[in-house]
Each structure stands twice: as structure tokens, then as C-alpha cells.
Design a protein around this ligand. Structure first.
Ligand SMILES: CC(C)(COP(=O)(O)OP(=O)(O)OC[C@H]1O[C@@H](n2cnc3c(N)ncnc32)[C@H](O)[C@@H]1OP(=O)(O)O)[C@@H](O)C(=O)NCCC(=O)NCCS
Length: 216
């Protein structure tokens, strides 16, 4: 597929948020909230414009991915910490990737793969040490992501599971970087925020989720 991968800009924010909504709708829950997370992330200090990418096919947006600034904080200090009350920052040169979306009618044709490879290359060129994400190991493993436990990095709740993955952007990048991973709190929104945000989009029927995620 002959795609152009490039930065998006404000004029395409709504279109990419709608694409995200289409890709995630009824996937992991009735409806979805990933498009709201994307919208919020774009307004925060975590936003890195160079990491907000679209895939174009014949001039049309057919895919999107964003990676935002995140942190690894000291694990010991974080032991009793609630979200937002983290310990000392061990590393702020890490990104959290997601959401990533391909136009539903064009999935499985390489759009996601090209966006992933472009994100990894661009993050490395910007000097970041790592990208960390939550996702299916069968998919992200093919780009070099491994369970973050390899680097002694846990979630903010001090958990580890296969879908919690990291990639080093240069050899040894995560040497000495261990602790808890804090993605930006703008990922987390209230149901009231979602109801309000949904008013901007065409009506869509909620249904049974197609994928049931395990409880962690
Ligand atoms: C995930 C997504 C971005 C991948 O983009 P894509 O263009 O469909 O993927 P590609 O064509 O590059 O890769 C296709 C391969 O990945 C696999 N794949 C795609 N999505 C996958 C997923 N969520 N889990 C596991 N494997 C997946 C396909 O089975 C296919 O495997 P194959 O090469 O062995 O046939 C896209 O499917 C999508 O938008 N999904 C809905 C939203 C979503 O789940 N986002 C990711 C959340 S972690």
C-alpha cells in the first residue's frame, strides 16, 4: 500500500478523532473513549506534535497514531503512591504510544505497521529513550516491543502483564531506568466528559464489545 506518513495539524484533529472513534467503536467496551483521550492528550503538556502522525492514501486519512510524553518514576517512592502522587522521576524521556487506528475497511493491509515503524523511527530521531504501550503482544512484538518487566518497569499500580510492553530506541537506552510507568493523566476521563464529547460526533449505536480484555 502506497502510504504517506506525515504529521497531522489542527485542521485534521476532528477527522482523526472521528477515525479513532470508528476504529475503537464497540471494540473493548460498548462505544469507546479512545477518541476523547486523543482529544485531551492534544491539549496537554504531554503533547509532542512530531509524534501525532497520520497515514494518507491518495490524499485521504486512513490511519492515525499518537505518542505522548510519559514518565518512569522511582519504584520505592511510588509504593504507597496513588496516581498523581508519584515518586522521583527516573526518566522523562519516554513516550506512551496510543491510541493507534486504521480505517476499519482497510485494516490488515499494513497501515498500522507503517505507522508503528514511523513512530519508532521518529521517536528515536527526537532523542527519546523508549516507547511504552499497552497492547496485544502478538501485534507489537513484531516491531520489537517486549514485556516491560524485562526492564523492571511496572505499571503505575505496580503490575506487570504481557500486554504492558516497552522498546528501547537505542541499545542500552533503558539501562538504569526502572520503576513505575506513568502515562499522562489526560488518558483518564470521566463518563460525563465522554457524554459531552460524544455530542460532537454522528450518532452511533452502542453494542456488545467484540474483544473482552482480561482483568489485570
Ligand atoms: C491495530 C490496528 C491499528 C492495526 O492496523 P492494521 O493496519 O490493521 O494492521 P497491519 O495491516 O499493519 O497488520 C495486520 C496484522 O496485525 C494483526 N493485528 C491487527 N490488529 C491486531 C490486534 N489488535 N491484535 C493482534 N493482532 C492484530 C492482524 O491480524 C495482521 O496479522 P498478519 O500480518 O499475521 O495477517 C488496526 O487494526 C485498528 O485500528 N484496530 C482497531 C483499534 C485498535 O485495536 N487499536 C490498537 C489498540 S492496542
Amino acid at each position: 500500500m502506497n502510504l504517506i506518513i506525515k504529521n497531522t495539524d489542527k485542521s485534521k484533529f476532528f477527522e482523526t478523532e472521528n477515525l479513532t472513534r470508528e476504529a475503537f467503536w464497540n471494540l473493548y467496551k460498548p462505544g469507546c473513549d479512545e477518541h476523547l483521550a486523543l482529544h485531551q492528550l492534544r491539549s496537554g503538556e504531554c503533547y509532542v506534535p512530531e509524534m501525532d502522525l497520520v497515514a494518507l492514501l491518495d490524499g485521504q486519512i486512513v490511519g492515525h497514531v499518537i505518542s505522548t510524553r510519559a514518565k518512569v518514576v522511582d519504584g520505592e517512592a511510588g509504593d504507597s503512591c496513588a496516581a498523581g502522587d508519584a515518586g522521583a522521576v527516573v526518566c522523562d524521556q519516554v513516550l506512551c504510544l496510543g491510541p493507534i487506528s486504521a480505517e476499519p475497511s482497510l485494516q490488515g493491509k499494513g497501515i498500522g505497521s507503517q505507522l508503528m515503524r514511523a513512530s519508532i523511527a521518529r521517536a528515536a530521531s527526537l532523542g527519546f529513550k523508549s516507547i511504552i504501550l499497552y497492547g496485544n503482544p502478538d501485534y507489537y512484538g513484531r516491531f520489537g516491543f517486549e514485556n516491560a518487566v524485562k526492564y523492571k518497569i511496572a505499571t503505575r499500580d505496580n503490575q506487570n502483564f504481557d500486554p504492558f510492553m516497552a522498546i528501547e530506541l537505542f541499545p542500552g537506552a533503558l539501562n538504569g531506568v526502572s520503576g513505575r510507568f506513568y502515562e499522562d493523566s489526560l488518558f483518564f476521563n470521566t463518563e460525563a466528559d465522554l457524554v459531552e464529547f460524544e455530542k460532537l460526533f454522528p450518532a452511533k449505536e452502542k453494542g456488545e464489545p467484540r474483544i473482552i480484555l482480561p482483568e489485570f
